[in-house]
Unconditional design. Structure first.
Length: 317
């Protein structure tokens, strides 16, 4: 098939590679404009642009996808299908309706659950047993189009946003190639989404990582995993940002109550050799991997050997 590929971040790259590997003709790659980065403000290519250039593919970078000159440029390719994977711009109806087989989106959730910008992180934060990838025929709504194919993935007990990202990147790439094959031979089935089952998740912001110890240990531990590696879950210790990268949930903890007159959420109630335990509104959080502002990430045992953390210390939530 003649394909126009639209994508921007790392998550999109493997799908592009699989399309090429499957023998489809990628006529052009559309990605977001280069962005200045660092002190020198040198322009940085998107991961998709770098991949496209490595295959000597034409790259288009419109500031706005609604630009008439860009739309006319797309029309000239006479592509069979547009594949969209985390492109980062809303496509107008003119583009959606342009190709013979439509615009196919690879979305990292089991639609209609988790429409929106951050389905991977929320699957972990909400404690889902399964996540997955959906290929969808795009319409003008936000992730509302007809479902084509679905692939489910079971989450590990210690799944993070990063590890699930890697799994779904691979699953999505293969599912898209299968979708193209079924589209071409006419064996694909379209399924309407059930609106009543839909949920929408907003873009992840750094502020979401602030830990509230007035929540349960279970909720906090999921937040830690869901926001790993970015933006990470954090609290405050001695006026510095203190990140918790890995933790366990404990329902009960034996500690020396004589040292602690009043137990409050956010209080360190026990210090072990290689971990320390913080009281939450419900249950306890055992910190295993941490990072104090200005220091590198380390296991909790190494942190304790270099920092005089005491029972009764309260983390600011």
């Amino acid at each position: 098939m003649k394909v126009i590929f639209m994508g921007t971040p790392d998550f999109s790259v493997e799908t592009l590679e699989e399309i090429i590997k499957a023998g489809h003709e990628v006529m052009a790659v559309v990605t977001q404009p280069d962005k200045p980065k660092g002190r020198g403000k040198a322009l940085q290519y998107s991961p998709v642009k770098e991949a496209a250039l490595s295959h000597n593919l034409e790259v288009l970078q419109p500031v706005k996808a609604r630009d008439e000159a860009f739309i006319e440029k797309l029309r000239q390719y006479n592509a069979d299908v547009f594949v969209v994977v985390a492109y980062g711009q809303i496509l107008p109806k003119e583009i959606i309706d342009m190709p013979k087989y439509g615009c196919i989106n690879v979305h990292a959730s089991l639609l209609p659950k988790y429409r929106g910008a951050a389905p991977i992180q929320y699957a972990v934060i909400d404690g889902c047993e399964y996540s997955g990838v959906t290929t969808m025929l795009m319409d003008e709504g936000l992730d509302t189009g007809d479902i084509l194919l679905v692939s489910k993935v079971k989450l590990d007990e210690k799944e993070t946003g990063g590890s699930l990202f890697d799994k779904l990147e691979d699953v999505g790439a293969k599912l898209l190639v299968t979708t193209l094959s079924k589209l071409e031979d006419g064996t694909i089935t379209r399924t309407k989404q059930i609106e009543e089952d839909s949920t929408y998740v907003k873009m992840i912001k750094k502020s979401m990582g602030k830990i509230d110890f007035n929540k349960s240990a279970v909720e906090i531990e999921r937040l830690i995993r869901g926001l790993n590696p970015w933006p990470s879950a954090y609290t405050s210790l001695d006026g510095k940002t203190f990140k918790i990268w890995e933790a366990n949930c404990l329902s009960d903890v034996e500690y020396d109550s004589s040292k602690l007159a009043e137990i409050k959420p956010g209080m360190v109630v026990k210090i072990n050799k290689n971990s320390f335990v913080i009281k939450c509104q419900e249950g306890y959080l055992e910190a295993l991997s941490v990072q104090l502002e200005g220091k590198k990430r380390m296991d909790a045992g190494s942190f304790l050997r270099g920092y005089n953390l005491e029972e009764g210390t309260i983390f600011n939530s």
